[in-house]
Design a protein around this ligand. Structure first.
Ligand code: CTP
Length: 393
């Protein structure tokens, strides 16, 4: 296994040598790339001698090693940048490729992990926050920095994470030859929001927690995950591509666009069944009179997928307040699903917006598996175990 180790210029650069050593101890070959400013903090010779590989730092170097590095970037298991300065995060976020490391970032399709290190003010600056948010949304893994004394004399967040923590996270990502390795998974989550006017909308109660837990667990099992989410207040799960949508129509578009390349779809979103017939451009003034709102049906995304599916494994949810199994079975048939997760929404403290869930899994043969009330991440594991059972045994 190969890792490209990008090193950028800050006082924590010396720790890159420790990270390199720890990676080697885990039988990972390291190919170092340094930015020009990194070479002011740490001699390239150190990384060259430790890794046994040439260190590339110049975009216009004289040797052919740059070409080799690009070829390598395509074959390597991970591009790790440790330490990653605010500057390199900004370049990655906006696609600037003016040095060798940022060029590799743009030319690689392998997973990317960054371990930020910077002064506490830079860490909290909205520019850095936005850049990290963008990178996370693209599926970049972020090794959170630690809190402590900084070289500038201040105390606070922004210190490079400890090398063993960085390496632990690298190993986790590299072991993505997990049970879902090579599978493309699409998960939808959260509600959709159907606007009435600029301040009012029709929506469903949904926190997105179940869908986010399903996406996180699929990443952990090695899948290539795309999470399409309606508006929620949750942090994006590391390692998944996050696509944010608002309305059912937007969600439908995002799902259909990706469906052809997908192996498994888990439609956990609470898609609005109805939307206002007219969306008002201006805020409707109150008049004290009654107001009837005319609604029209949205497209049933899952049902449409059921008609389009070829090899895809389709998983739906059924939120029911009565006749749980019968209604869920009907939905499974009606939408041509492979598995349905039936959710009894009448149980207090379970299901919608709660941290726990209690579900029944029903497959095409009518087989039932009851999952007792558990935290949503545990329920996500049971659901994935069940999907894997159907796919692989
Ligand atoms: N679903 C969908 N598109 C819609 C409505 C629902 O893809 N417009 C999906 C949901 O994400 C879920 C499944 O269909 O995976 C079942 O959703 P649910 O709300 O339980 O049932 P509905 O089909 O909407 O039927 P009803 O509201 O009558 O129970």
């Amino acid at each position: 296994m190969n890792v490209i180790l990008g090193v950028t210029g800050c006082i924590g650069a010396y720790k890159a040598a420790i990270v390199l050593r720890l990676l080697q101890k885990n039988e990972i070959a390291v190919y170092p790339v340094m930015t020009h400013s990194a070479t002011k903090f740490l001699g390239p010779l150190t990384l060259e001698k430790l890794s046994g590989n040439p260190v590339v730092s110049d975009l216009f170097g004289s040797e052919s090693s740059e070409i080799q590095h690009i070829a390598l970037a395509r074959r390597s298991g991970l591009l790790l940048v440790a330490p990653a300065t605010a500057n390199i995060l900004a370049k990655f976020a906006s696609g600037i490729a003016d040095d060798f490391l940022s060029t590799i970032y743009l030319s690689t399709t392998t997973p990317v992990m960054v371990a930020p290190a910077m002064n506490v003010e830079m860490w909290h600056h909205p520019a850095t926050r936005e850049n990290l948010e963008k990178l996370r949304r693209r599926g970049v893994f972020v090794v959170e920095p630690g809190v402590g004394y900084q070289a500038c004399g201040e105390e606070g967040e922004g210190r490079l994470a400890e090398p063993d923590e960085i390496v632990r996270q690298v190993l986790r990502v590299l072991s993505r030859s997990g049970s879902l390795g090579g599978k493309r998974v699409l998960v939808t989550a959260g509600p959709t929001v159907e606007d009435i006017d600029p301040v009012r909308y029709v929506s469903n109660r949904s926190s997105g927690k179940m869908g986010y837990a399903l996406a996180a667990e699929a990443v952990r099992r090695g899948a290539n995950v795309c999470l399409i989410s309606g508006p929620v207040r949750l942090a994006p799960p590391a390692g998944a591509e996050l696509v944010l949508v608002r309305s059912a129509a937007e969600m439908a578009r995002a799902v259909f666009e990706r469906f052809g390349d997908t192996d498994i779809v888990v439609q956990a979103a609470a898609v609005a069944d109805y939307r206002p017939v007219d969306r008002m451009e201006q805020k409707r003034k109150k008049s004290g009179e009654r107001w009837s709102l005319e609604l029209e049906a949205t497209q049933d995304i899952l049902k449409e997928l059921g008609t389009r599916k070829s090899r895809q494994f389709l998983v739906g949810f059924a939120a029911e307040s009565e006749r749980l199994v019968e209604n869920a079975r009907e939905k499974l048939r009606d939408k041509s699903l492979d598995l349905i997760v039936a959710n009894d929404i009448s149980i207090p403290g379970s299901g919608i917006e709660a941290d726990e869930n209690q579900v029944t899994l029903i497959d095409r043969d009518g087989e039932l598996v009851d999952v007792p009330r558990l935290p949503k991440i545990e329920v996500a594991r049971k659901i994935w175990d069940n999907i894997e059972h159907h796919l692989f045994s």
